[in-house]
Write a protein that binds this ligand. Structure first.
Ligand SMILES: NC(=O)c1ccc[n+]([C@@H]2O[C@H](COP(=O)([O-])OP(=O)(O)OC[C@H]3O[C@@H](n4cnc5c(N)ncnc54)[C@H](OP(=O)(O)O)[C@@H]3O)[C@@H](O)[C@H]2O)c1
Length: 258
């Protein structure tokens, strides 16, 4: 078996949330470059339109569908539009996310609710919708949820984000157990620190740069470092993998500082 064949996504329809920037934009481009038709979801319509154009210019197929992931009606519309243009979504990459910094004792209720609504609740509802539609179409598929190493280890100042990402890891397992017999695989990726709009202000500051010494591979990640994990979990190369969380972090989460 040739690698290109094993990882080929021709004929698949992928939907990526949070495709307007950072990791999600990269995921969409990589899926399209490997043959999938890709539906791009996020709130910033102009950025999605630019991504759609770039993917088309590179020979891929993409459709921009602006939506807020917390809006259930917009979610249903996004899947319906995807079906109309490309067919049933058989690869969902649930990547949209936000972070809110602040110590637990000071965290306003609205920060907790905003972060958990986007980073946890929406991940469940988009997976539920994708699975319902795959079941109805009798289609097999793959769901890839984007967690974080902060869902596996604790750090100061990110309590809502960390709790949401831990929830993503657990709901990934639960969905995998329920959907496996139907041919729907559900996995997660837990990236380490990758400078993007979400965190580059901090990571690229002197304080943030100091964190590199805790990363065995000696650098922060880059969006393209996740290409392999994404393609493995989304394609037939990962056909016997479900319920797992693949940590892609340069070894940070297993390292004890010393
Ligand atoms: N970068 C890292 O170090 C790192 C590490 C571990 C995990 N992650 C996870 O990776 C994912 C992507 O983050 P990133 O680093 O690429 O940050 P980013 O560049 O800020 O991207 C976040 C994406 O989520 C979208 N989004 C946020 N709220 C949304 C909403 N309510 N509805 C629809 N889309 C929404 C944003 O689009 P709009 O603003 O256009 O809606 C944007 O496309 C997140 O789940 C994050 O937790 C990142």
């Amino acid at each position: 078996m040739k690698a290109a064949e094993l990882f080929d996504l021709a004929g698949r329809v992928a939907l990526v949330t949070g495709a307007s920037s950072g990791l999600g934009l990269r995921f969409a481009e990589v899926l399209a470059a490997n043959g999938a038709a890709v539906v791009l979801v996020a709130r910033r319509a102009e950025r999605l339109a630019a991504a759609q154009e770039r993917i088309a210019a590179a020979g891929g197929r993409a459709l921009a569908v602006p939506a807020d992931v917390t809006d259930r009606a917009a979610m249903a519309r996004a899947f319906a539009q995807a079906e109309k243009v490309f067919g049933t979504v058989t690869i969902l990459v649930s990547n949209a996310g936000i972070a809110a910094a602040g110590r637990a004792v000071n965290m306003p209720e609205e920060d907790w609710r905003r972060v958990t609504a986007i980073d946890l609740d929406a991940v469940f509802f988009w997976a539920q919708e994708a699975a319902r539609r795959m079941l109805e179409a009798k289609a097999q598929g793959a769901i890839v949820n984007i967690a974080s190493i902060l869902g596996l280890s604790a750090a100061k100042g990110v309590i809502a984000y960390a709790a949401a990402k831990a929830g993503v890891i657990q709901l990934t397992k639960g969905l995998a157990v329920e959907l496996g017999s139907k041919g729907i695989r559900v996995n997660a990726i837990a990236p380490g620190f990758i400078p993007t709009d979400m965190n580059k202000g901090y990571l690229l500051s002197d304080l943030g740069k100091g964190m590199v010494r805790d990363i065995p591979l000696g650098r922060f990640g880059a969006p393209e470092d996740l290409d392999g994990a994404l393609l493995l979990l989304a394609s037939d190369a990962g056909r016997y993998i479900t319920g797992t969380t693949l940590v892609v972090d340069g070894g940070q989460v297993v390292a004890i500082r010393g």
